[in-house]
Write a protein that binds this ligand. Sequence first.
Ligand code: BTN
Length: 331
Amino acid sequence: MKSEILKMLEEAGDYISGQTLSEIFGVSRTAIWKAIQQLISEGYDIEAVRNRGYLLKKGERADQKEIYSRTSIQTALDTEWLGKDLIFLKETDSTNTALRKLAENGAPEGTVIVADEQTAGRGRRGRSWVSEPGSGIFMSFLLRPEFPPQRASMLTLAAAMAVADGIYEVTGLDCEIKWPNDVIFSGRKLCGILTEMSTDMDTISYVIVGIGINVSQSEFPDEIKDTAASLASCCAGPVSRVGLIVSILKAWERLYSRFLMTDDLIYLRSDYQRRLINVGRDVKVLSESGDYVGISRGITRDGELIVETPDGKEHRVTSGEVSVRGVYGYV
Ligand code: BTN
């Protein structure tokens, strides 16, 4: 009810009486008053005037800081199914870990967890993910696809496209993707994605897509200070975390429904390759059987990276680390 009240106040741009709200929602005026008090405690500037009702004042917060809460996200969210079950946590160890627990207990497809801070944010290949409060997006969403596990690798590539599309919509920055799913701008990493799958025999029980985006950090720890960047530093202005989450979830719904509708992934492949920084560049593959260098020729229809070595052989890389010459990690 809270986010619906907020939406109504936003749209009205005028006073709405407690009586009107209580009739619309079929609850007492005290219940409305309580919901309003909660919104105020979340940071919304709502004025209550006797005989007139409640008014949401806009742009008058002294600090001009965006409100980052379940209500603010839910009010702005216009997706069809993704994020209908939305959990917002001030702090958690890792949104992927928290969502996995819910998935094991039967949480529905489309459940989303967003946290303002992670105390044990996880990256790919056992690394950690810096997750300070107030500065980044740390979110995970749950899928329960019915296709075979082999197709799931495309999901992680599609997630990078959803992020790149969302960033473009909100900031106008046209990002690139470093295979499989780092979203980068000007050679620096803005976003990392950790996709985790649970299978049962030959079927997928669930997939968790975890997205970490550097939004407004002005500095990073020494280990990543030469390779990471935040969106705010790339576009020299504040970026709305709420707006970005909404755009990314919406972009995901669009991409995912296209992905489910057809087995022909050509469109997904060409859209992806348009942003793929690896194509035609020297790359270094760190594989378990030894490192090698070659030129990347794009991706296969299953999302593997094609790397041509100097002897003319084509290798299909399914996992592992691939660095691109000139982009962080391989100079
Ligand atoms: C990478 O190493 O590039 C992947 C980083 C993924 C980080 C995100 S933040 C939200 C979700 N929860 C986690 O613990 N990790 C992912």
